[in-house]
Structures are given as structure tokens and as C-alpha cells.
Design a binder for this molecule. Structure first.
Ligand SMILES: [Zn+2]
Length: 689
């Protein structure tokens, strides 16, 4: 069969790939994949790397490359034919991967290779690949005695159904509540566009006045800007009692998530015990960088004790301001966002619009490339290939080797929002570095954002948030592109622990807060002047506004999540509220009302993938801040943060090793010690209370 989708010899042929190619090409790959697996699991194939693992890697790469292109086009060119082509094949591809994960004959052969004399002769990288495979099979229950497998399966199915039910209840409860406002005076303070949307909501319902919902674009601005305190209180109460016993007041007692939470906690514990672990926190950490629940708890308690004095200071300042300037002498939960916004405006009077004038796209890109070139001793040049939109550009990264310029990797840059592009920003890797029979296959990345495009022939200007997003995604991209690992399954970001994968991306964000970087990366669209120091100082101060309060809030969620899935003695009659109260007593600087039912809509851990993993947000922030601190420590007196020795060491010990060894080992090799929270505290302005 000749299909551009099945041509793996070079870069994807975006000029030639058609939606109608998808079905035949992907089905051909699924069929040949199944045939290969059947052959590989037969007794004729020895359990060796060359005979058993290598062909599985090759076949897996063909499918992931072809299906990756389809998924990518579905994300950046979501036209009806592409959507149809993607959705038509999605169930078949999902089923294929599910079969692969449950194939016990494959599992047996990986174990045979693990126990064979050959294993000791393999590189540590390949040993790690085999260990990862065996670990994942074990965690999906492959090693259970036959009589326990049906129960394991039943638990997984019930958990999936409970997660879906949990989300549905939150969604239904969110959608069910509306606040109907008839007097215009009650809208004081609310931004015009939010009022217009509320008016449209009322019109849709055939009513006068304005209707506010609990959905984010309405709820957040009301909490931040509405001067009507009673309106804020009503909205806050509705929001923080969603999917709880209070849903009965809306006529829907069945939306209460308390029984779902109880059942989820119970089933996760049973599943963990079947797998031979004491609790679900232990299961969650098997594949993460953190070594044990006790280590994570120590980390969270330590950070809490250091951040709390700053959170208390933030809260004291807020209370004084609210009492003196806003007449709110008894600050309540529904006043916090409102008073904070007023205080923020009072202290840091600059607008995002003002800052944006200094960040025209060409200057920002040149600044980003300059940072990368200085840090890693590479060169970035414009390159040519076929693309999916005229708006997409393409670049190559080169390094000077013994024979002159050597290609390291290539990347597509798709920065501007389009009607057919999914929202958000992300990095993906259509081609991963690996050794092939023809030599080294160099990696390729997509960097996709949704920034405003150029208007009237003038270059686009980016907000400072946009610039940070670009640097963040570039950090993921460099993790993928600068890898020096030759084995596909642990090259680049492949195989990197989930709680460490944000290290390179958050690390890059730091450069957006460096004075000398910004000097070279900014140029006012009209005057041509770089960013003024006074404006930069205000940006830095605003960045750390209430960072203490924000930190303890994240710690509250993290501690609640970890303790719930660790050793907390759950009593279904009491629910999770006593635990949440206990955690809040330790870390929170304002106790919410007794009727607050935050846990009932905490979808991250009850319906998403963050169970016993919410701590990862702060964990990765600590890592990236601590890595950046090494550059600060090496900063020469002239103030530049680009120490080439430190850059080379970061590239060598962390960025280029990917998932080939444990993230903690990589971190220690770079930093000479285990991670410490001090740098994050300092970067967040939490140093001298
Ligand atoms: Zn990220």
C-alpha cells in the first residue's frame, strides 16, 4: 500500500496526507502489529532483546508515528473530514493499546528476558526499559492469581464508572444553579463583557435582567469584582456546596458525591491490597520520582511550615486593607478574591496591555532562541518542509561537531490561534531520537500555542503570560530534542517520571523574569525602547503578590489528597470532612465556613489522574527552582545568568538523559545533593517575614 501516512523515511508529508488515508493506513498498521505480537509470543521467538523487544519497538513506533500525525492534525486542523477520520479510528486504536497492556504472553516473555543471563549484559538503559514494562504489567494486575483477576477487573470497572459519575454530578450541579439579578445597581464593579454575557444568559431563558452561572467565566469575575457582597456570598455558597448533601435543596439529592467518594476510597484501598501494597499512595508512587508517601508528607509539611508565616502575613495585610479601605471589618471567604483584587490594583498599578507593547513576536522569538543558543551551545536556523498551515514555521537545531554543523533536531512552531485549532498550548514529538540500522534518527517536535496573530501587517504582540507559555513549551521541546539517548522508549520525555516531567519546562520560565534576558527580548512597538526598569520591578512585585496564601492553598489540597490515600482511617459515616478540617487547621490561614464542601467537587483526585499525585505540582516547582538556582549561584558579577559550564552540566545530567535513569539520580548528578525548597521560596518572595 502506498500512503503518505505510511512513509516513515523522512518528515511527515503534510502536503500529501489526506483524511481518507487514515482508515486504510491505521488499520494496516493495527493488523501488522497484531500479527507481529502473535508471532513474538510464540515459542519460536527467544526472549532476547534483538529477537523479542526490538521488533516490538519498531512496530510500536510505526503506529505511534502515524497515529500521532492523525491526532496532531485533529488538534490543529479540526475540520469535519479530519474530525471524522480521527473519531472513526480512535476506538480501534484504544482497543489495540488495551489488548497490548493485558497481553500475558508478552508479560511472560519480558519476565523471561529479565531472568535470562542476557539481562546482565544489556545497557542500564535497556534494563530500565524492561523493568518499566514489567512494572506496568504488574500494576495492571497481570501477576495476580487467576482467582483474584475477576475481582481486580471488577474494581477497575467500578472505579471508572464512579469517576464518570463524580464528574457528571459536579457538572450537573454546576449547571443547575443560576443567580437571577433584576436590579442593575447590584452589578456594580462587574466588567462589561461579563455583564453582557449574563444579559445574554437571561435572554436565552426568556427573562429580564441578568443571569449568573457557576461556570468559570461568570463565577470568577463576580467573586473578584462584584461590589454587592450578598451577591458574592450567594455565589460562593452555591459554588462551594456543589455535589454535596446541599444539592437536595435544588431537588437533586442524587448529586451528592459523598457516597461516591467513600466508595472510591474503599475500592482504591482494596485494589492496592490486591497488588500487595498497604495503600493507594504507595501504588501511585511506584512510577513516580518521589520514593515513599512518608517522603512526600515530609516535603509537604516542611514547605507548609516555611510558607505559613508568609501566608499569615498576606492575610494580615489583606484584613487591614479590607477593614480600612473597603469597610469589611469581618473578612469572609467570599470577600477574599474581591479584596485581594482591590489590593493588587492599589499596589501594582500597571496594565497587561502596557507590558504587551514591549513584546513583539519577532523580538520574543529571537530572545528565546538566543537563550537556548547561549545555554546549550547550539544554533537555531530557519528550515523548510511541508506544513499544515501557512502560519506554521519550521526550524533546525545544529551543533558544531568534528565534521562541521551537525543536525540535532527540528521543530515546527504553530503560535497563533485559529478557528480549527484546539485551545491551550502543548509540545508533542512526531519523531523521537533513536538508533536505527541507517544511523541516528534525529528528533522532531511540534510547539503549539494559541497566541493572537499579526493584525494589519503589524507583528503580533504577546502578553508576558504568553511569553512564559512559549518558554514553558520550548522547555518541553528541548527535553525531547536535545536528548542523547538512542533507545526510543526512554529517549526525550519518554519514560520520565510524571512528577519530574515539568522540570525542564518550568525551568525555562525563569528566564522570562531575568532583567538581562528581558532587555534583549523587548522592544516597544512604537518607540523601540526596551522594557523600562520601573515597569520590570512592578512586574516582579506583582508576581509574588500573595504567594504565601497561594502556596498554602496548594499544600492544603496536596496534603488532603496524600493523607486520604495513605494512612488516614476513613470512616464512611463521617466522610472526608474531618480530614479536610484537620489539614486546614494545620496549613490554612482562613477557615472556610463549616458548610464548605470543597472535596465534593475535587475532580483532580476523584475523577482525574491526580489521586495521591496532586503534590506533583509543587514537587516539580521545587525541582525547577532549585535547578535554576544553580545558574544563579554561578552568575558572574556582570549579572548574566548564562554560565556555560552550568548549562553544559544541566544538558548532560538532566535534559539529555531523558527517562534512561531515575529523575532523582539525574537531579543529584546535576546538583550534587537532593532537592531543597529554599530556591522556590526565594523566587516566590518568601524569604524574610
Ligand atoms: Zn508543561
Amino acid at each position: 500500500m502506498s500512503s503518505s501516512l505510511l512513509d516513515f523515511s523522512a518528515l511527515p508529508r503534510f502536503d500529501a496526507i489526506l483524511p481518507e488515508d487514515v482508515g486504510p493506513a491505521i488499520r494496516a498498521l493495527l493488523e501488522s502489529g497484531r500479527a507481529l505480537i502473535a508471532g513474538q509470543t510464540s515459542n519460536d521467538v527467544p526472549a532476547s532483546w534483538a529477537s523479542f523487544v526490538a521488533p516490538l519497538i519498531d512496530s510500536g513506533e510505526r503506529l505511534s508515528r502515524a497515529w500521532g500525525i492523525v491526532g496532531h492534525l485533529h488538534s490543529v486542523m479540526d475540520t469535519p473530514p479530519w474530525r471524522e477520520a480521527y473519531n472513526a479510528l480512535l476506538p480501534e486504536v484504544t482497543r489495540y493499546y488495551a489488548e497490548l497492556g493485558q497481553n500475558l504472553a508478552l508479560f511472560a516473555k519480558y519476565k523471561a528476558l529479565r531472568e535470562s543471563p542476557e539481562f546482565a549484559t544489556l545497557s542500564p538503559t535497556r534494563q530500565r526499559i524492561i523493568d518499566n514494562e514489567i512494572r506496568d504489567f504488574r500494576l495492571s494486575g497481570a501477576e495476580l492469581p487467576e482467582d483474584q483477576k475477576p475481582r481486580f477487573q471488577a474494581i477497575q470497572e467500578e472505579l471508572a464508572a464512579l469517576a464518570a459519575k463524580f464528574s457528571e454530578n459536579v457538572l450537573d450541579a454546576t449547571n443547575a444553579f443560576t443567580e437571577h439579578v433584576l436590579e442593575e445597581a447590584r452589578l456594580a464593579g462587574i466588567p462589561e463583557d461579563v455583564k453582557t454575557a449574563a444579559r445574554a444568559e437571561a435572554e436565552k431563558a426568556g427573562k429580564d435582567g441578568w443571569i449568573f452561572t457557576l461556570r468559570m467565566p461568570a463565577y470568577l469575575p463576580v467573586m473578584q469584582y462584584a461590589e454587592d457582597r450578598a451577591l458574592r456570598e450567594t455565589m460562593y455558597r452555591a459554588y462551594s456546596t456543589r455535589a454535596s448533601e446541599f444539592s437536595a435543596e435544588l431537588g437533586h439529592p442524587e448529586w451528592d458525591n459523598a457516597p461516591n467518594i467513600a466508595r472510591i476510597v474503599e475500592l482504591r484501598r482494596e485494589l492496592s491490597n490486591l497488588l500487595g501494597y498497604a495503600n493507594y499512595a504507595e501504588v501511585s508512587l511506584v512510577s513516580k520520582m518521589a520514593e515513599s508517601p512518608a517522603q512526600v508528607l515530609d516535603f509537604l509539611h516542611d514547605l507548609a511550615s516555611k510558607a505559613k508565616p508568609f501566608a499569615e502575613r498576606d492575610m494580615r495585610e489583606l484584613r487591614v486593607f479590607a477593614a480600612e479601605e473597603l469597610g469589611l471589618t469581618d473578612l469572609q471567604s467570599w470577600d477574599v478574591a474581591y479584596a485581594s483584587e482591590k489590593l493588587r490594583q492599589r499596589r501594582y498599578s500597571y496594565s497587561d496591555q502596557e507590558v504587551k507593547q514591549y513584546f513583539p513576536e519577532p523580538k520574543v522569538l529571537a530572545g528565546l532562541f538566543n537563550v537556548i543558543e547561549k545555554l546549550y551551545g547550539v544554533t537555531i536556523r530557519s528550515d523548510q518542509t511541508s506544513v499544515w498551515s501557512d502560519d506554521v514555521s519550521f526550524f533546525r537545531i545544529e551543533r558544531t561537531g568534528p565534521q562541521g554543523a551537525e543536525l540535532v533536531g527540528q521543530f515546527y512552531l504553530d503560535l497563533h490561534a485559529r478557528d480549527t485549532k484546539r485551545g491551550g498550548a502543548w509540545m508533542d514529538g512526531p519523531i523521537t531520537r533513536r538508533q536505527t540500522t541507517h544511523g541516528i534518527q534525529t528528533p522532531v517536535a511540534y510547539l503549539v500555542c494559541n497566541f493572537p496573530g499579526p493584525v494589519d501587517g503589524k507583528p503580533a504582540t504577546f502578553s508576558h503570560d504568553d511569553v512564559q507559555t512559549l518558554f514553558h513549551e520550548a522547555g518541553h521541546g528541548l527535553h525531547h530534542l536535545l536528548t542523547r539517548i538512542d533507545d526510543l522508549w526512554v529517549a526525550g520525555i519518554n519514560g520520565v517520571e510524571w512528577d519530574a516531567v515539568e522540570l525542564p519546562s518550568q525551568f525555562m520560565e525563569n528566564f522570562c523574569w531575568e532583567w538581562d534576558v528581558l532587555q534583549g527580548m523587548t522592544r516597544h512597538v512604537e518607540t523601540g525602547a526596551p522594557l523600562p526598569r520601573a515597569l520590570f520591578d512592578k512586574m516582579i512585585a506583582a508576581k509574588n503578590f500573595q504567594s504565601g496564601m497561594q502556596t498554602v492553598r496548594q499544600l492544603e489540597f496536596s496534603l488532603f489528597d496524600l493523607r486520604l490515600h495513605h494512612d488516614w482511617p476513613f470512616d464512611p459515616a463521617q466522610g472526608v470532612q474531618p480530614l479536610l478540617d484537620e489539614v486546614r487547621h494545620e496549613v490554612a490561614v482562613m477557615q472556610p465556613p463549616a458548610w464548605n464542601r470543597f472535596a465534593n467537587s475535587f475532580s483532580h483526585i476523584f475523577a482525574g489522574g491526580y489521586a495521591a499525585g496532586y503534590y506533583s505540582y509543587k514537587w516539580a516547582e521545587v525541582l525547577s527552582a532549585d535547578v535554576f538556582a544553580a545558574f544563579e549561584e554561578a552568575r558572574p558579577t556582570d549579572g548574566s545568568v548564562f554560565d556555560s559550564t552550568t548549562g553544559e552540566r544541566f544538558l548532560h545530567e538532566i535534559l539529555s538523559v531523558g527517562g534512561s535513569r531515575p529523575a532523582l539520580e539525574s537531579f543529584k548528578a546535576f546538583r550534587g545533593r537532593t532537592p531543597q525548597v529554599d530556591a522556590l521560596l526565594r523566587h516566590s518572595g518568601m524569604t524574610t517575614p
